[in-house]
Design a protein around this ligand. Structure first.
Ligand SMILES: [Zn+2]
Length: 203
């Protein structure tokens, strides 16, 4: 683009790669960084690097954890029930469920959902780890709290088929969550009620 010097063009391009950021927003963010202090820019750059270098995955629940903290705080907490596992798609969903104060078990984070259109099958998610945990024994119930949309439903069905033969109770939060939406956007009360009123998954 004429009149655009290389470092500016480069940052606009990097911002544009972020989800939900179009060219206009990328330009606004770039000029914002340009106007901020060098210290603020350094802080932003350092935070971007740190999230890659200082974040790890919990070897039990696959949620993100601070580097060197494995198992994560929730898995290591002796007050959390070992017999109940709540399966979610993303780390943000764990935060949403924690906010409801309705769940005292542990989690399993899949890092995505099954989507045949995008070629994402169960093998691309942390499915094997989940089945392994359920098969180890001591697990009474697995709550499939995947998103109430097409991919989330398909994921719940596939997981239920894998988990039932192991002999664990497989449940799904009650309906009432906004259909087609994301768990993380549901309000605490609605999400809390849906968890409380969960029902056994039948095929
Ligand atoms: Zn964990």
């Amino acid at each position: 683009m004429a009149g655009l010097i290389a470092p500016v063009a480069r940052l606009i391009e990097e911002f544009s790669k972020l989800p939900g950021i179009g060219t206009k927003t990328a330009q606004r963010l770039t000029y914002h960084v340009l106007r901020s202090s060098t210290d603020d820019a350094r802080g932003l750059a350092a935070a971007l690097i740190a999230i890659k270098e200082q974040v790890d995955y919990c070897s039990v629940c696959c949620n993100i954890t601070e580097a060197g903290v494995d198992p994560c705080d929730i898995c290591a907490d002796p007050r959390r029930e070992v017999g109940r596992i709540c399966v979610v798609e993303e780390p943000l969903d764990v935060l949403a469920i924690e906010r409801t104060n309705e769940f005292r078990g542990r989690y399993h984070v899949l890092h995505g959902a099954i989507s045949p259109i995008d070629g994402i099958g169960p093998e691309r998610l942390r499915t094997r780890e989940l089945v392994g945990r359920a098969a180890e024994g001591g697990v009474e119930e697995v709550i499939l709290a995947t998103n109430p949309n097409l991919e989330g439903e398909a994921t719940a069905m596939a997981l239920s088929r894998l988990l039932k033969p192991i002999g664990v109770r497989v449940t799904r939060p009650a309906s009432g969550l906004p259909v087609g939406g994301d768990l993380e956007y549901a309000d605490e009360l609605t999400l809390g009620r849906a968890l409380e009123g969960r029902r056994v998954v039948d095929d």
